[in-house]
Design a protein around this ligand. Sequence first.
Ligand code: M6R
Length: 369
Amino acid sequence: EKGGYDYFMLKEIAEQPKAIADTLLGRVGLDGQLVLDEMRLSDEELREVDKVVIVSCGTSFHAGLIAKYAIEHWTRIPCEVELASEFRYRDPILSRSTLVIAISQSGETADTLMAVRHAREQRSRVLAICNTNGSTIPRESDAVVYTHAGPEIAVASTKAFLAQIVACYVVGLYLAQVRGTKFGDEIATVMDQINEMPAAVEKVLETIEPVRALARTLKDKKSVLFLGRHVGYPVALEGALKLKELAYMHAEGFAAGELKHGPIALIEEGVPVVVTVPSPSARHRLHDKIVSSIQEVRARGAHTIVIAEEGDEAVVPYANTLIRIPQVPTLLQPLVSTVPLQVFACEMATVKGYDVDQPRNLAKSVTVE
Ligand code: M6R
């Protein structure tokens, strides 16, 4: 059932274009309006929402961090993202007008389930984003949007992650539609852009070979650092998590702007630093800022691995290894920039001779708190 692949993880990485496409299927009605058919919250209830709180763990937490940028941008509703395991222990401020979004691939993660129960006790509405039909978290929630990534067998989450990001974006656009913070044509434009993502991910997969070679050359490194800004920051966290869980290497993700506040002290000769670069065409100045971060670590001897858009020439002089991704809108970049990091971690585990699908000490769903 591995479909000719050596590991489930490789098969699931390859299935990502389909996971995105299937999650998008049937979301736009004949009238052009978004439809979430598993949505049991009325438009009126959604119009009352004055705060969104996303709870989740691990990779699903990273999807939530990415979703925050889009949800706040499109809806102007404040959105917090919290590790489910921390959530209920700090007496969070919840009310009837709080929309809690629980993201879980398995739908059985105990920490997330406990956060859902806590939120419901406080009378908040709970929307689950889940990949497993009929699992506990969706059953205990007021509404559910399923990701249609198909069964994910490898312990390391890949296709579910990209599907979660897409589902969160659809939920964000739906909220914007219901509340009127975005016009129908703006929503249609973003949906068209999201609909192009399966092809963009396919393109990344076709050009991934150099990433495998890179893993082989870096296999004896003690530690790998990941940097990003904006939606690239959660991508950095995800790249580091993948490397920890699969290759048992020390890995850390940082917001690039934080470098000068401490982490730059870690940079020494030969340390691999993976940087995802925002589009130079975006209106904000983040691109130039991250290029100077790359320059700074490179000047201190880092081995820079730069993930940048096709056509971005500014990064070329500072990249020891350059990985190209297609040009996509800023908010959608995680859907393409995460893929090389997944492949990097998978290959690193393979060259080290570790079990890619069943890393030590880990279970696919964590049903204990
Ligand atoms: O099933 P869930 O999405 O609730 O699982 C959450 C985490 O346990 C999970 O994402 C974990 O971090 C993965 N092993 C990461 O690859």
